[in-house]
Design a protein around this ligand. Structure first.
Ligand code: SF4
Length: 139
């Protein structure tokens, strides 16, 4: 086997587990401008971020490719309130992106009873994320 073939095989083997270099195209969601951001990742490390207009975009991009998280918002029914039948809720902080649908599912059986105040904990430690779901509306 020639040296060139050996190197190619080695590179192919590495590529199957972790590409030496790759790029990810992202749309920044930190503000309505929606900058198109390109992230270069080499050996699992972010080495370059381009396309962002401000530092928040770089922060978002680096986090999105290493540890993507989201704040989840939803609504839940409220009993006994003449003013509102549904209360808006959200996670008090970011949860792993992979758990967003689990959080939505966990909220399906939740019903609140009036009075509900902004900041009331609706569901503590949702899906073992260490994050509470809290009310964002008075009902
Ligand atoms: S990079 Fe900055 S300006 Fe561009 S979308 Fe993100 S937050 Fe908005």
């Amino acid at each position: 086997m020639s040296q060139a073939t050996t190197s190619a095989t080695s590179a192919a083997s590495d590529a199957a587990t972790e590409p030496a270099s790759q790029t990810r195209e992202l749309t920044c969601i930190r503000c309505p401008k929606g900058c198109q951001i390109t992230v270069t990742i080499e050996h699992g490390e972010v080495t370059d971020v381009t396309g962002n207009t401000c530092p928040r975009g770089e922060e978002y991009a680096r986090k999105e490719v290493t540890n993507p998280t989201r704040v989840v918002t939803s609504v839940v029914p409220v009993d006994g309130s003449p003013a509102c039948a549904m209360a808006s809720v959200k996670t008090a902080g970011d949860v792993p992106k992979g758990k967003v649908l689990d959080v939505i599912d966990a909220l399906r059986p939740v019903r609140l009873t009036s009075p509900v105040r902004i900041g009331d904990v609706v569901l503590a430690n949702v899906c073992d994320t260490g994050v509470d779901v809290v009310a964002t509306k008075n009902c």
